[in-house]
Ligand binder design. Structure first.
Ligand code: SF4
Length: 183
């Protein structure tokens, strides 16, 4: 593993934790979103990102102390009012630094609403796998991951759901985390 991968894994593992049963968000829950995954989707915007990509469109989501804490039960209660959604997408901020909370939401929306679950991450699939623990458990509960940092020099707005050419849309086998296909 290259040096920068080791640094990324260390960043992922050392991010501050939120209290159990809570999640830190950067904004309100969305519904009927069509730009962050297939079909009509709810979107959950997490707060806190250690990646600090040059050209990031959401730098206000970097601060781990900003945004607001909310209980997972309240999030689920609000999501239950969103009818006709195909699934939910976790955006950031960096969802994988709140992997435990995101995984709980993923498991419950799948079970209670029949939704699929996608997530963005500024970390790569390989870095998340290397980190193990809760980040890897979250990845295993997803149907799709859009991975990798935003790299300004590789910016390409024609890409589906992605901002730069290095980022990949990975369709995953739920439960194992195995990559089924790559877009
Ligand atoms: S990972 Fe996403 S939210 Fe974090 S700095 Fe990069 S583009 Fe911004």
């Amino acid at each position: 593993m290259k040096d920068w991968d080791e640094i990324a894994v260390a960043k992922l593992k050392s991010a501050p934790e939120v209290p159990e049963g809570m999640i830190r968000l950067s904004g309100p829950l969305e519904h009927d979103n069509i730009v962050n995954g297939d079909g009509l989707r709810a979107v959950l915007w997490t707060q806190g990102c250690p990646n600090h990509c040059k050209g990031c469109q959401n730098p206000e989501t970097w601060d781990f102390e900003a945004g607001f804490l909310v209980s997972i039960d309240e999030v689920l209660e609000r999501l239950s009012k969103f009818h006709g959604q195909r699934g939910i997408t976790f955006c950031g901020g960096e969802p994988f630094v709140q992997a435990r909370a995101c995984r709980e939401i993923a498991d419950r929306v799948r079970k209670d609403f029949g939704w699929d679950v996608w997530s963005f991450s500024g970390f790569t699939y390989e870095q998340i796998k290397k980190a193990g623990g809760e980040p890897w458990e979250l990845l295993k509960s997803l149907d799709a991951l859009i991975d990798g940092p935003f790299i300004l020099s590789q910016k390409d707005l024609s890409l589906k759901y992605r901002g730069s050419k290095n980022q990949r849309l990975l369709h995953l086998e739920r439960g194992s985390g195995k990559i089924i296909s790559i877009e």
